[in-house]
Design a protein around this ligand. Structure first.
Ligand SMILES: Nc1nc2[nH]cc(C(=O)O)c2c(=O)[nH]1
Ligand code: SF4
Ligand SMILES: [Mg+2]
Length: 223
């Protein structure tokens, strides 16, 4: 069984693939306690559902690209069998997992799976899971994209420390920074703050292709 918070259709609102039309499944549950968590509801509420039932619900949308998120999707005990079964469906083209990468599970790389990894930065959580992020990058670089969440300058330093461990990967893929939405603060202000941080650290720009990609669904006020 799987515990699902919601399923819906939208555009991919985050990362290098922004704008891709997709069906979303948000799994319930997360063991982490980030400040500024934007999906508190998904940590608690959810409905138990079988793999077959979930796939049949997703199939009804008739959208070939699927985003799997949470909560934290990798805590689902049956996540690997779900991904393997979903990958075998002929109507499915690509499956994207949104994870903070707090655990390494190589079995999730079923045929059509890509990983969008965003490690939680110091402003959000005290625990550093970046070793798993590096493990994913080294295990399956072609299927991994990384976006760094940035709320302040400590987050930027944290991101650059990780980048220094795997510079070749980031030279190829570029550096993606996603401004963190802080409750009570207009999101455009958070985006502007990240931009000014990048300008203060212009030296990064000459080493990597840098993109600041806000959460577009938040700017638009859609799911
Ligand atoms: N439109 C849209 N795109 C997203 N990409 C990642 C999301 C997430 O919550 O992980 C998300 C989300 O919640 N909505
Ligand atoms: S990992 Fe995601 S769902 Fe879990 S507490 Fe952090 S922001 Fe919230
Ligand atoms: Mg989210």
């Amino acid at each position: 069984m799987l515990k699902v918070s919601e399923i819906f259709t939208s555009i991919q609102g985050e990362g290098v693939d922004v704008g891709r039309v997709a069906a979303f499944v948000r799994f319930s549950g997360c063991p982490l306690g980030c400040r500024f968590c934007d999906t508190e509801y998904a940590k608690r509420e959810g409905k138990e559902i079988s793999i077959a039932e979930l796939i049949s619900k997703l199939k009804k949308f008739q959208i070939p690209d699927i985003v799997v998120t949470g909560g934290e999707p990798l805590v689902q005990e049956n996540i690997a069998s779900f991904l393997t079964t979903l990958s075998k469906e002929l109507w499915v083209r690509k499956i994207f997992i949104e994870t903070c990468g707090f655990v390494f599970k190589e079995e999730i790389f079923a045929g059509k799976v890509f990983l969008n990894l965003s490690p939680k930065p110091p402003s959000m959580i005290g625990t550093d899971y970046s070793r798993f992020l590096l493990q994913y990058i080294r295990f399956f670089p072609e299927r991994v994209n990384v976006k760094f969440l940035i709320a302040d300058k400590t987050d930027l330093s944290y991101a650059l420390k990780i980048v220094k461990s795997e510079p070749e990967f980031f030279k190829i893929k570029g550096l993606v920074f996603q401004p963190v939405e802080i409750p009570g603060k207009p999101y455009p202000d958070a985006v502007k703050q990240v931009l000014s941080l990048i300008f203060k650290n212009r030296s990064i720009l000459s080493q990597f292709e840098v993109k600041v990609i806000p959460q577009v669904h938040k700017l638009l006020g859609i799911k």
